[in-house]
Design a protein around this ligand. Structure first.
Ligand code: OOG
Ligand code: MG
Length: 258
């Protein structure tokens, strides 16, 4: 018997206490993707009950480097709340996190409510701005190990996100191939291209809109959507600083406290 609410509370307290838990799929062989999205919905409810607001959505596992790193092969989605926002150039703490990693992301700022099943061109017409971004992920599962339903229930490992200060209109960029550089403590660590994200990160938005439509949901004006990392994620440690630079979008940066 799968107890959706109990599983959501378990994941919520794992996050609150930075205390990892075992995989749900190890305990319940029949834990499905549908169960997982139900748990994720309850988890969002717990965040909202704690006074946070829903500010957007994230897509995950939308690129081959991420699928390979995590050993799973299907895109997923999750939610972003106000408590997860970090200022560009800001500091984050290791305290309160389990085993955080960081990854470069492209953020879409939605200008006009996006509903239904759009084409790529229609989806992009609802995007007011594109920004450089990074996501902090921090699986609530021991050793960062999970199967697809586990990570969906755990809100796609989401822990925080930071959005760069420069905003471009989609028509002023070639989103199908933007170069990406990630530096750690000033040293180049990873290179990538937005092409890794389903060939064009806008396809993440198309896919998100279609999934939400099936649940009778839409993406409101003002929402942030993270398209999914184009590269593998980098483990974070004390006193590191990480900067991601995107061709045509400038940089975004965070520091980890010592
Ligand atoms: C899952 C989160 C995936 C992305 O951008 O692909 C994700 C994980 O790697 O733990 O956020
Ligand atoms: Mg991500």
């Amino acid at each position: 018997m799968i107890q959706i609410e109990a599983l959501a509370s378990r994941l919520f307290s794992a996050k609150q206490n930075a205390a990892p838990v075992g995989r749900i799929t190890a305990e319940h062989m029949d834990f499905s993707l549908n169960h997982a999205y139900e748990v994720q919905k309850k988890l969002l409810g717990l965040h909202l009950d704690a006074g946070e607001t829903l500010v957007g959505r994230k897509m995950g596992l939308t690129s081959r480097p991420k699928m390979q790193q995590m050993g799973v092969n299907e895109p997923i989605h999750g939610f972003l709340t106000s408590a997860m926002q970090i200022e560009d150039g800001g500091e984050i703490a290791m305290d309160g996190r389990i085993h955080p990693k960081i990854e470069p992301e492209i953020a879409f700022l939605i200008g006009k409510k996006l509903k239904g099943r759009p084409t790529l061109a229609q989806a992009m017409a609802h995007v007011e701005g594109v920004c450089a971004a990074m996501e902090i992920i921090d699986s609530r599962y021991q050793n960062f190990e999970f199967q697809l339903p586990d990570v969906v229930a755990d809100n796609g490992s989401s822990s925080g996100f930071v959005i760069g200060g420069q905003m471009k209109r989609p028509k002023d960029l070639d989103l199908s191939n933007l170069g990406i550089l990630v530096e750690v403590n000033g040293k180049p660590q990873l290179f990538g291209s937005s092409a890794s994200i389903l060939g064009h990160p806008g396809r993440s938005l198309v896919s998100l809109a279609a999934i939400l439509e099936e649940e009778g949901l839409s993406i409101p004006a003002g929402a942030v959507v993270l398209a999914g990392a184009a590269t593998a994620a980098i483990p974070l440690g004390p006193k590191q600083w990480v900067r991601a630079t995107f061709q045509g979008l400038g940089s975004v940066e965070v520091r980890v406290k010592g």
